[in-house]
Design a protein. Sequence first.
Length: 197
Amino acid sequence: MYEIEMNEMSEAFQDCWRAAGTYLNRQVDGGIQAWLRAHPYPPFLEHLSFRLGNQLFFVRIEDVDGRVTGPGNPNGVVTAAAAANGHACILPMTRRLVGDAWVPAEPGWGLLDATSRRRIDPVALVTAEDIEMTPWELHDMAVQIVRDYRRPMAVPGPGQSRQRQSAPAHVVEQRRQLYYGVRGWCGYSDSTHFFDR
């Protein structure tokens, strides 16, 4: 059993988070087209994640001045990246003295490797190699399908977890009735039952 922290994102950190996402999105002509995580709701392993070419990037945002702290365990970004065969990144942010805007503390993409603290250029890591999807990616895709399926129905959901170990991974509850959830990754079985009703 895994304990999943359900801490909310503070308003102060949300301003930093929004500036970080906007900055990353501007690093690519036309913006990042494949955001995996770009919402401020728990649970948090990473604060932002995206796919660029054949590479996955998981980002934890840190205030270099220590005035605001983001939700989630600082090691969560490493855990998420390892599960998806992706890159764990830190995006150090600082608040400008003039204008009071959040900006990256590092040049370029502003990203650092979460372990070595060396600069990362996501574009330089993209290759033409075909990379097989990991079980994490397949599970994440199932969670996204459920989320997107329920969105037009305007049914509120208390949360989702993209970790395969949590079951159900997506919970939609209304009047104490569970509507659906992703139970787990089905692998290559012949089963087509991804949803509980």
